[in-house]
Design a protein around this ligand. Structure first.
Ligand SMILES: NC(=O)c1ccc[n+]([C@@H]2O[C@H](COP(=O)([O-])OP(=O)(O)OC[C@H]3O[C@@H](n4cnc5c(N)ncnc54)[C@H](OP(=O)(O)O)[C@@H]3O)[C@@H](O)[C@H]2O)c1
Length: 332
């Protein structure tokens, strides 16, 4: 990989991220907020993306007070809306001429089937299709800023899904169960990491994914979960790992120099681990990428490299296959 910008005096010491621009989704709560705290503490410029203005500004104030950072950016991002994703990406691209780290952290589990503003089942929409679209919107800037990193927060729950489940019913239209929908979305995070790493090979941008542990946060406690999950998380909270510890592997993947050349891997407690067999299925990873592109194109969106703003598509483009881009067929 060309160049090494995250130089450390000694192994294991906190990285100096001064001058680095980091985007974190779901930064107002739990693991995302702790990731923001840690990376701001290392001197990074941190874009804290959150969907709710009140919760977002409260978290930014908290991180500013804890770290003394004056380089925090409180931006709105609703991953259940492609318009919101594009507006957010445009703001980031306008405000920063380089981007060093993207942490796709935001995620949820939903007791009942809902749809996003663009008609996607919301679990796969927020946990996979939204981050997929956001990453592609920011990808040219990440590549131009290389060495750069993309961190995807998945879950051990990905092991509850198979490629067959994705292929048969990606959007849980035939049947809906909250843990099946969640497991499919987290498997999608793993497969996205695998395929993105393949496409980014040689660009100087790495991507890895992380299972943070079973973490005490707002996850499954915000009223959206149902049944046993709604009980287990509040009742089990005293025995769960803190969000601060849960953020440690995300922080490690975003900053540690010793893994600067590692890409396409799955980490748990800072160690590389094997995903489920499906999580290592290159064919499934390529299928999911193509299917995600197809779904976004059907929603009138596509990745048009070099455009800055890509949407809405021209009618003739919307009707046909999305044009190959930097990372499309024949790309890097
Ligand atoms: N907690 C665990 O045991 C556990 C285990 C494995 C993996 N994970 C993963 O860890 C990640 C972080 O979860 P957490 O435990 O820190 O839970 P959390 O405290 O509930 O944080 C989730 C974050 O995602 C945001 N979010 C939800 N829907 C969104 C949307 N439509 N647009 C933008 N942001 C949205 C939330 O915003 P709001 O505050 O506005 O809702 C919140 O900031 C998730 O990807 C989750 O799947 C968690």
């Amino acid at each position: 990989m060309a160049g090494v910008r995250l130089l450390l005096p000694r192994r294991g010491a906190p990285a100096d991220l001064g001058g680095r621009v980091v985007v974190i989704t779901g930064a107002n709560s739990g693991i995302g907020k702790e990731t923001a705290l840690a990376l701001a503490g290392m001197g990074a410029t941190v874009v804290m993306a959150s969907r709710d203005p009140g919760r977002g500004s409260a978290a930014v104030a908290e991180v500013a007070a804890a770290t003394g950072s004056t380089d925090l950016h409180d931006l709105r991002l609703d991953l259940a809306s492609l318009d919101s994703i594009e507006a957010f990406a445009d703001t980031v691209l306008e405000r920063f001429d380089h981007l060093d780290v993207l942490v796709n952290n935001a995620g949820l589990v939903l007791g009942r089937r809902r749809e996003t503003a663009d008609g996607f089942e919301e679990t796969i929409g927020v946990n996979h299709l939204g981050p997929f679209h956001l990453t592609r919107r920011l990808l040219d800037r990440l590549v131009a800023s290389a060495p750069a990193r993309i961190v995807n927060v998945t879950s051990v729950a990905h092991k509850g899904a198979t490629a067959g489940m994705l292929l048969a019913d990606l959007q849980s239209e035939l049947s809906y169960a909250q843990m099946d929908a969640y497991a499919k979305s987290k498997l999608a995070n793993v497969l996205f990491t695998v395929e993105l790493a393949r496409r980014l090979d040689g660009t100087g941008v790495t991507t890895n994914c992380v299972h943070p542990g079973i973490i005490r946060s707002r996850f499954a406690r915000d009223g959206d979960a149902r049944g046993w999950l709604r009980l287990v998380y509040p009742l089990g909270a005293p025995f769960m790992v803190s969000s601060k510890r849960g953020a440690q592997t995300s922080v490690f993947l975003a900053s540690a120099p010793e893994i600067q050349d590692v890409s396409g891997a799955y980490f748990v407690r800072r160690h590389q681990r094997l995903t489920s067999p499906t999580g290592r299925d290159a064919t499934a990873a390529t299928w999911l990428w193509d299917e995600s592109e197809r779904l976004l194109a059907a929603a009138g969106r596509a990745y048009l490299p070099g455009r800055g703003r890509s949407t809405p598509l021209e009618p003739e483009v919307r009707a046909g296959t999305p044009p190959p881009g930097l990372l499309g067929p024949g790309g890097a």
